[in-house]
Design a protein around this ligand. Structure first.
Ligand code: GCO
Ligand code: MN
Length: 386
């Protein structure tokens, strides 16, 4: 096997819905046969994945009887025991059924909001049983086309109430589960509430149990808003809230493409992996992408996502060890070391000292910054010629 073959130590996890995706889009029907959840999970295990991620209805249909659901779960437990793969993330499908057409937790109908809450509680029981430690909320229908219909502060209150209730449920059941909120700016709704990492972080601060709620950013969702994935992932990490990641690819400002990781922008993909490695991110590295509609089965697609991430991990190591790059970075960060910590701690003596410090902006502005050279070294490293 090549040195880029993934192993469970890489902590890769894959959303099985991407593997089950049959290539339907708003303009055309399925282009490939169905893959069962069990085959999807087994295929991931065979390819060195540490874990799999699932929605309730990826495993059992929404109208399954308890007995039918338990039969599926027996098969899931069996494939987990046979292969060692773990269920790392669970979530609820609160977007597909027409009942959610105007929102789940932000529906104007309290009965719909309760139905969504009940659906989460039932899947939380399964998540706990399968050992999934992260439970994601992606509000696919939590949004609006007609803004005069709903006040966004009221809808935020409904979502807050539901999350507070569900946090209490997890705590009183003694489940070892944290919630992770996944922002997206739009699609399938015209506008989705809480569109960015920053919005989610601010919202989490308003919850009763903020310590058990984090964020689950996705590359594509960030780029749909024209934002920088490296910065968005970093903000969640800096806040101690990066519980899970959804890596994929996306051209900026377009419909949700869910492309393979690194297929659109290798620099960004590199920076995302570098961030996770440099800051000892300890969660799983999750992928939420779809094969091209032209594929006949999902496996080349799965393998390329894992392989690209693995190769980029090696590129990060090369970057961090490369003398030329590191010398340039040291030069960039080496200005005025004697001043670096001056404002770390406030004192009135330091304030006086700073007020009187001689700082000549013209002199400071004259400093040469070798960023073209650095960026070219980075380019050559990625191109494999450095
Ligand atoms: C999307 C979402 C979905 C998932 C979500 C839940 O397509 O916008 O990412 O693929 O349901 O990530 O985990
Ligand atoms: Mn996602």
């Amino acid at each position: 096997m090549s040195k880029f073959a993934p192993t469970p130590n890489d902590k890769f996890a894959f959303g099985i819905w991407g593997i089950q995706n049959r290539g339907r889009d708003p303009f055309g029907d399925a282009t490939r046969p169905a893959v069962s959840a069990i085959d999807a999970i087994r295929g991931l295990a065979e390819r060195g994945c540490y874990g799999f991620e699932f929605h309730d209805n990826d495993l059992w249909p929404i109208d399954a009887t308890p007995a039918a659901r338990d039969a599926v779960l027996r098969d899931v437990r069996k494939v987990m025991a046979d292969t060692g793969i773990k269920a790392t993330m669970a979530t609820t499908n609160c977007f597909y059924h027409p009942v959610f057409k105007d929102g789940a937790f932000t529906s104007t109908d309290p009965a719909v909001r309760l139905y969504a809450t009940q659906k989460v509680m039932r899947c939380l029981d399964v998540a706990a049983e399968l050992g999934a430690g992260v439970y994601v909320f992606w509000g696919g229908r939590e949004g609006v086309e007609v803004d005069v219909a709903k006040d966004p502060i009221t809808t935020a209150g409904w979502f807050r109430d539901a999350l507070n209730f569900l946090c209490e449920y997890v705590l009183t059941q003694g489940y070892d589960i944290k919630f992770s909120l996944e922002p997206k700016p739009n699609e399938p709704r015209g506008d989705l509430y809480l569109p960015t990492v920053g919005s989610m972080l601010a919202f989490i601060g308003t919850l009763d149990n903020p310590e058990m709620v984090g964020v689950n950013p996705e590359t594509a969702h960030i780029k749909m808003a024209g934002l920088n994935p490296y910065h968005e992932f970093a903000q969640a990490l800096d806040a101690g809230k990066l519980l899970d990641v959804h890596l994929n690819g996306q051209k900026p400002l377009r419909y949700d493409q869910d492309l393979s990781f690194g297929s659109d922008d290798l620099r960004e993909a590199f920076l995302t992996i570098k961030l996770l490695k440099d800051h000892d991110y300890s969660g799983t590295i999750g992928f939420d992408a779809h094969p091209y509609r032209t594929e006949s089965d999902p496996w080349d697609f799965v393998e390329r996502n894992l392989r690209t991430a693995k190769i980029l991990m090696d590129k990060v190591r090369q970057f961090n060890e490369n003398r030329q790059i590191q010398d340039l970075l040291a030069e960039l960060h080496g200005a005025h070391p004697e001043l670096a910590d001056m404002t770390k701690k406030y004192s009135s003596a330091t304030a006086t000292k700073l007020k009187n410090l001689e700082l000549d902006p013209d002199h400071l502005a004259a400093r040469r910054l070798p960023l073209e050279r650095l960026d070219q070294l980075f380019t050559e490293l990625l191109l494999g010629v450095l």
